[in-house]
Design a protein around this ligand. Structure first.
Ligand SMILES: Cc1cc2nc3c(=O)[nH]c(=O)nc-3n(C[C@H](O)[C@H](O)[C@H](O)COP(=O)(O)O)c2cc1C
Length: 400
């Protein structure tokens, strides 16, 4: 008799097809967005296409092209990719390459808000919910952030809609809106960075207004059936930032708006960057790849103090993510320190619909095929985080 153990059933679930909105994925593993550093001059390169093709060939259900700004002003730095007609042919080549390997492909759309070193910004001033010193751009000549006007807000909402429509025309199967990690929409959600007293700030309802309006606009532009994921923070990771009680309510609001899945993450890049990934801080390597002499100096002298360390633990967002799981029925993507078949199975047992992996797949792009064939049970990633520095050297890669 062919008896099926519960483990077999759970493992089969990970590696069987699943629906994400109207999209059929060949399995439940998503390569999460990890900035590739492969778009010189903001134009997707052949290396970027090869990178995602390799991930697709390695077995993931869906890969995600990382941070694409919705407009020139939404770039963290000048050489970053932003959505425009000129890059559509390259993006089409990328989506076709991924499809040839049998995977789906999503693109992460975001706006950096105040978190910018982009010196082409008008008056070298970044945009944010409220006026502030821009600690991230201070040394790069973008020292201040001005509070967005109604016209700025309307423009950003339009930019998200237009960028989303362009992504669909480039052949992407899904979109991921970046509501986390301290980028613009996360800055509006965060009580510490949104000090507005109008309808865009104050109560949680008001702080959610911009992200939800963006989601609605994107929905209008891409149509009812098109899969939209939102990447959100469980916690920002600092006092005064977003905490779990509010992030649960945000997930409930996104569910009411009809989002297709929520990717649960955390951390605020300008304040708690290593809350996002946990593990070692590759300060020496970060100094090596830093071009700005002032940033280099400040990293050398204050790096260990500015960049707080968070110990790595497998599935480090699981505990917080459970609270969201209990509160919503919308598909949830568990992320953060997922390294092994055991971790994938735990995610399924805990009721998550998909699992996202970043560093494990940078280290082993073919991990999912090998896990499925029983040739591997875990990634060789050791959370050294040197891939974080590599993205600014010659493109993201594992140094092992
Ligand atoms: C090199 C690198 C680049 C990243 N770039 C992005 C990014 O562009 N957008 C994003 O939402 N998260 C980014 N992240 C965070 C990852 O998406 C993910 O949230 C984090 O690495 C935790 O997942 P993991 O433990 O599976 O790596 C990046 C992480 C790494 C290591």
């Amino acid at each position: 008799m062919n008896e099926q153990t519960p483990n077999d059933a759970v493992r089969r679930k990970v590696f069987s097809p699943a629906r994400l909105g109207s999209l059929n994925l060949r399995n439940r593993v998503i390569k999460t967005a990890t900035y590739e550093g492969m778009s010189p001059g903001g134009v997707p390169s052949d290396a970027l296409i090869r990178h995602h093709r390799e991930l697709a060939a390695g077995g993931v259900g869906m890969t995600t092209v990382a941070y694409c700004a919705v407009s020139p002003n939404g770039r963290t730095f000048e050489a970053q990719m932003y959505m425009r007609d000129a890059i559509l042919p390259k993006l089409r080549a990328l989506t076709e390459a991924v499809h040839t390997e049998g995977a789906a492909v999503s693109i992460q759309l975001g706006h950096c808000g105040y978190f910018s070193r982009n010196t082409t910004l008008p008056r070298r001033c970044s945009l944010g919910p409220s006026f502030r010193l821009n600690e991230y751009g201070l040394m790069s000549g973008v020292p201040f952030t001005r509070a967005m006007t109604e016209a700025d807000i309307a423009q950003v909402i339009d930019e998200f809609g237009t960028a989303a429509a362009m992504a669909v025309s480039a052949g992407f199967d899904a979109l991921e809106l970046h509501l986390g990690h301290g980028y613009l929409l996360s800055q509006f959600l965060c009580p510490a960075t949104n000090r507005r007293r109008d309808m865009w700030g104050g109560s949680l309802e008001n702080r959610m207004r911009l992200p939800l309006t963006v989601l609605r606009r994107v929905r209008e532009r891409v149509g009812a059936g098109f899969p939209i994921l939102c990447k959100t923070n469980l916690r920002d990771g600092f006092r005064g930032g977003l905490e779990l009680d509010e992030s649960v309510k945000i997930a409930q609001a996104l569910e009411r708006e009809g989002v297709d899945a929520i990717v649960l993450s955390g951390g605020f890049t300008s304040r708690t960057p290593f809350y996002l990934f946990r593990g070692a801080r590759p300060i020496k390597e970060m100094i090596e790849v830093e071009h700005n002499p002032f940033q280099k100096l400040s990293l050398r002298f204050f790096g260990n103090r500015i960049i707080r360390e968070y110990p790595f633990k497998e599935m480090f967002f699981l505990e917080d993510a459970r609270a969201v799981r209990r509160a919503v029925r919308v598909p949830l993507v568990l992320l953060g320190g997922v390294l092994s078949v055991d971790n994938l199975e735990t995610a399924m047992r805990e009721g998550f619909d998909f699992v996202a992996m970043g560093r494990a797949l940078i280290a082993d792009p073919d991990l999912i095929n090998r896990m499925q064939q029983g040739e591997a049970t875990r990634s060789r990633c050791i959370s050294c985080n040197k891939c974080v520095a590599e993205m600014d050297r010659n493109g993201v890669r594992c140094v092992l």
